[in-house]
Design a protein around this ligand. Sequence first.
Ligand code: DPP
Ligand code: ZN
Length: 859
Amino acid sequence: PQTIYLKDYTPAPYLASHIALTFELFEDRTIVRSEVTYRRNPASSSDTLVLNGQDQVLLAVERDGAAFDGFTLAEQKMVIEQAGEQFTLAITSEIHPETNTALEGLYQSQGTFCTQCEAEGFRRITFFQDRPDVLSTFSVRIEADKQRYPVLLSNGNLQESGDLAQGRHFTAWHDPFPKPCYLFALVAGDLVRIADTFRTQSGRDVDLHIYVRKGDEGQCAHAMASLKKAMKWDEEKYGREYELDLFNIVAVSDFNMGAMENTSLNIFNTKLVLAHQETATDADFISVEAVIGHEYFHNWTGNRVTCRDWFQLSLKEGLTVFRDQEFSADMNSRAVQRIDDVDQLRRLQFPEDASPLAHSVQPDNFIEISNFYTMTVYEKGSELIRMQHTLLGADNYRQATDLYFSRYDGHAVTINDFVQCMADASGRDMSQFFRWYKQAGTPSLQASGRYDANNSRYTLTLRQSQPDTPGQTGKQPLLIPVAVGLLNADGMETHATQVLEMTEREQDFTFENVASRPVPSILRGFSAPVKLSTDLSDDDLRLLQLRDTDGFNKWEAGQTIALRTIQRVMADAQADTSQFIEDFGALIEQGLRKETDKALLARALSLPSIAVLSQAQEVVDPASIDQARTSILKSIKQAHKDALVRLYEFNSDDGAFSITPQAMGRRALRNVALELLTVSNGTGCAARAKAHYAQANNMTDRVAALSCLADSIKPERDEVFTDFYERFKDYQLVVDKWFALQAIANRAEIFEDFAKLRRHAEFNIRNPNRVRALYSAFAVNNPVKFHDPSGQGYALVRDAIIELNAINPQIAARQVTPFREWRRYAPALQSQMQQALQSIMETPGLSNDVFEVVSKCLK
Ligand code: DPP
Ligand code: ZN
């Protein structure tokens, strides 16, 4: 496999300003004809045209209307040397979407033809310069059987449609905005359409269409409402209006990612479109809104302004994640959104950044770009945009994005170009900040304070350090925005939030007019993606937990106390936790008051996850973390059972179902009470969870009941899981939940259960959602059993990776991530994980995708 380097970038030798495509879709083959006029690119010195092509049977090549054979075919490339100034190439090839299990390029999902071209799927459709800096207008003609495929869609505007001989028909589309080929899309199927319209700020009406399979049309209202909210939000917050007359969303069941932002024809995983209270949880409703927003926002950040090359992926993804996070914060609760986003960053991105797969947000090299659609490029990338927003302030940030859009509309640019706009609009030098894009690894930030009573002065000393990561040592200090406020001993805020700009390895910041020893609230709103350690005492943290004005840091203080307490119990099972348990009781009491923010309290009443706790361990041992964590949960239940019952009852259903933040907060709080009340998995616990299930009028409550029963061995467990399956077996996304909730069971029977699920008639290894529901749920959310000392957990994921390697390399490579931190586990586990990786490595016909991640893990 070949490694590709950022430093080797050169402009495309040829421009391709327009491409005309014709698709003839049949059940056993698809014929694709492309016609492109190539012109030498003045920015390039080469006259060798290199077209990418893969898994195609080449039928004919014509140059300027005559048969042509002046090319060589080598390693998925068609090469024409001394190709000339300008000429037209028409290429006809045969492809096989009906047997395409990689779900890249053109493929079929449950009878619907659809495409996924990002990053490099277009080369499976026709020979073309498959790189994002080649921008073309597209004309697309699609022909197919009319009865089977009444709906034929592509990007842009519908130009023409009509009937053909033999029961076939066609549509012809034109997309007037030049785009890279990764944004090309085609859909052909028998789908129902939900229609609405949106009036833009300049008064144009845009048709909005969502296409789903028959029977799913009743689950689209939330997606449509979310789309309209997103369109309005982008006008208000970024001044961005939608420019075409039509915006289509199509939902398909087989999809490697969440969704894809193809110009005016977004293709979505059904999981991120369909939402109804009976079948979707509150978390699903929130992610549908976020991802509908995300893909819509790409219209400007990604499509109108796109990436020069794939090393710039975070140019569009980091920025678009930041935009969707802010959209969600505006639509829901800002503090809750921030807590959930940071929690996700810590659970999933911090471990990546500490592993052999660590890479910078703008990577230097890759073998397979699909492996770089990572938490680092997306979520850390978003944190980097957030820090620029913090450093510039909202007004300058908006000026900078306006400048970015006006400077680069219709261009393929780099992350450096984006950051330069931040610099130009604000007059700031962003060169030190740019190191964040180039240095991998999560920085550590240490804070210690000194109070000088004589001068009423408080000095905060901050120290930063950067860990070595693969291929990177001796890193430079970063510009870190550290948002700090001060509270006095009574919990009053005496100094409002200031953003300290740290630029040195070690730096002092002084606060004047500090009348008494303060308690600092450091890194408010999680103002930088770092690992913070402080010299604050438990009492300081308790004060922050109760009195901080920053919602995020209030939660964070509680989490830090919980972490310290769990660590004490891990070190000594007899450790005194009485203060923690008592304080927890006071938190529970808050939930019995009407005015409490229930969503925030639900999060305050949740202990840090095993994934987060693991990161503080020198040698990771999930079983011992789980033991300490569970023993504390049991003590909480024992001490506060009556209060928890009251909390549960006080927050019972208040009538009609709704998805307002208040209603979601109430459900979250009540379900946290349920979880604490059922932690011991006894007879009463099972009965309580079953009753909760029986009374539920929505999926959030049903899933909460099932997850409380997952580890149980009481008969209620089977009764409820069986009822759930029977009730929802026609809903694929709910069946996914049924698989996942059993895969996370931390009980002795898990390996037998798993084998049964694997053989279940509804398990299908070709469907990525089902693979994630069974395997990712197990490997990521069942750390104790994945790391079972018997090695059975490792073996079953290893076998799935080997099987998937031949079916869907992208999905196979994703399943490797739970192994990436193998060196951090106890020796016995370590060697078993290493062996699993080695046997994957020895698999004949290993894909580039899997090769890249496994070889990096073992290095
Ligand atoms: N579809 C993926 C996303 O929107 C890749 N662009 O993030
Ligand atoms: Zn995206």
